[in-house]
Ligand binder design. Structure first.
Ligand SMILES: Cc1cc2nc3c(=O)[nH]c(=O)nc-3n(C[C@H](O)[C@H](O)[C@H](O)COP(=O)(O)OP(=O)(O)OC[C@H]3O[C@@H](n4cnc5c(N)ncnc54)[C@H](O)[C@@H]3O)c2cc1C
Length: 444
């Protein structure tokens, strides 16, 4: 068990920190970091636990996967983000369970007692009951996923350069993305720009502009969370970049080297999963009621029913507002994090919770390629270059770390004028897939 004694308190810390209520936050993503920041000056002892040492800006993961940005551009060490908070301790550890009765957080190696607990462990991929598809159609949720996907995409072009069999060549240059929500649309646009612009003159035997990028969506249209006219124009922008969009088309099977769509097999070396998400296993730790995606159903102060000292926020929580679920997006997690911090402050001060949580939807943004964006602000809609500038401004604003903001802006400006991608690295690690090994052997 980790005990936070006066001895362990930081040198310049609050003198009687050991006597304060202990708030434990699991997860240093959007919800967790904003909750932690809002508690930085509160009279509490705060511990933030994350299985990774970094906060990750997930909305830009697709740019790492498509070689536009480097991993360090969209991450920030959690310790560094919270370093000025003298009441805050950071632990890198994977939580495996929670003991509600004893008020303990359980990791692989130790337990941590809490007075208040905030669970913000996010979400993971859902293959809609087809977990066997995961190894053939990786998704993008972490830095490891993004660099593995970048390798997969770049290796396909490298393999194509030395391939002599026309059928195999066609499969190597075919990229299928499953799911046309914002991530699928943004990723498809980025792969198309990579193939049709950035790589255009880098190969001698193949023509990368012949790459076939197919975005498959089971619903009747793309971008269901956007108004139809904006989604239609985003689809036209995708078409202009050379992406084939197939709506009303369900993926029936995914296997090594291809997919079956609408009853027809389609050979493709690279299949990318940009469809469903499922919540983290927090619902199981708490033995709590969850929705179909595994999100924990919480009360209107975001606490676990029957446990006013436990809060669940962000993608892990199922929050219903005006009969509709609050969407699993970064602004919702941020607002929920700030809200539970204010509730904890009130409770610690012996006050009652003043207001139930209310999500304020400030708008929806997506981008297609390096200069077309759509923005739905409810009362105002933008598209094209103006939409893209709005998208850019919002993403730079929420990116954590001054260094990251400057570097990302510089790289976007560079890509805008030159079409070049600065992060075209193929790196190898434990996650190399069998089909990739085969491809590398074939190339050797
Ligand atoms: C590719 C992609 C693109 C997206 N694009 C957008 C977008 O454009 N706009 C938008 O608003 N939203 C977007 N989202 C959604 C947005 O990123 C999420 O809604 C948001 O990150 C949710 O915040 P969170 O705090 O709930 O979880 P997360 O930000 O996912 O953070 C969860 C944290 O918990 C940690 N963790 C998980 N399990 C454990 C454990 N067992 N022990 C310890 N730590 C753990 C993780 O390491 C992580 O740091 C996107 C998501 C993805 C994946």
């Amino acid at each position: 068990m980790i005990r936070l004694s006066k001895k362990r308190a930081p040198k310049n810390g609050v003198a009687d920190i050991a006597s304060f209520s202990h708030v434990v936050i699991i997860g240093g993503g959007f919800g967790g970091i904003y909750a932690a920041k809002a508690l930085g000056s509160a009279p509490v002892k705060l511990t933030v636990i994350d299985k990774n040492n970094h906060h990750l800006f997930q909305p830009l993961l697709y740019q790492v996967a498509s070689a536009g940005l480097s991993p360090a551009d969209i991450t920030a060490p959690i310790r560094s983000v919270l370093r000025r908070q003298k009441n805050t301790f950071v632990q890198m550890a994977e939580v495996t369970d929670v003991d509600l009765a004893k008020r303990l957080v359980i990791t692989h190696s130790h337990t941590i007692p809490y007075d208040y607990l905030v669970i913000a462990t996010g979400a993971t991929h859902s293959y809609f009951g087809h977990d066997e598809w995961a190894s053939f159609a990786p998704g993008i949720k972490s830095i490891t996923d993004a660099t593995a996907l970048r390798r997969k995409i770049l290796l396909a072009f490298e393999g194509a350069e030395t391939e002599t069999d026309p059928e195999r060549l066609r499969a190597l240059l075919t990229f299928v993305l499953v799911g046309a929500g914002p991530t699928g649309v943004e990723m498809a646009g980025a792969v198309a720009e990579l193939a049709h612009k950035a790589l255009e003159s880098d190969f001698r035997h193949i023509d990368p502009t012949l790459a076939h990028i197919i975005l498959v969506e089971a619903a009747p249209r793309i971008l269901l969370s956007f108004p139809e006219p904006l989604a239609q124009n985003a689809q036209k922008a995708l078409n202009r970049l050379g992406v084939e969009v197939r709506t009303n088309t369900a993926v029936e099977d995914i296997h090594e080297g291809g997919v079956v769509v609408a009853g027809k097999p389609l050979a493709a070396q690279t299949i990318i999963w940009t469809a469903g998400v499922a919540a983290s296993p927090a619902g199981k730790w708490l033995n709590a009621e969850t929705d179909r995606a595994g999100r924990v159903k919480v009360g209107d102060d975001l606490s676990l029913p029957g446990h006013p000292e436990v809060f669940v926020i962000g993608d892990t929580a199922s929050v219903i507002q005006d009969g509709k679920p609050v969407p699993g997006v970064a602004p919702a997690a941020i607002q929920e994090g700030s809200y539970v911090a204010s509730v904890i402050r009130q409770r610690v001060a012996g006050q009652a919770t003043s207001q139930p949580f209310r999500y304020r939807n400030k708008g929806n943004l997506a981008t297609v390629g390096r200069s077309f964006g759509i923005a739905d602000l409810g009362w105002l809609r933008f598209e094209g270059f103006v939409g893209w500038i709005l998208w850019l401004a919002v993403h730079i604003f929420f990116l954590i770390g001054f260094r990251n903001r400057v570097l990302v802006l510089f790289q976007w400006a560079w890509a805008y004028f030159t079409f070049q991608r600065g992060a075209r690295l193929i790196t190898f690690g434990d996650s190399v897939l069998p089909e990739e090994k085969k491809l590398i052997e074939d190339m050797a």
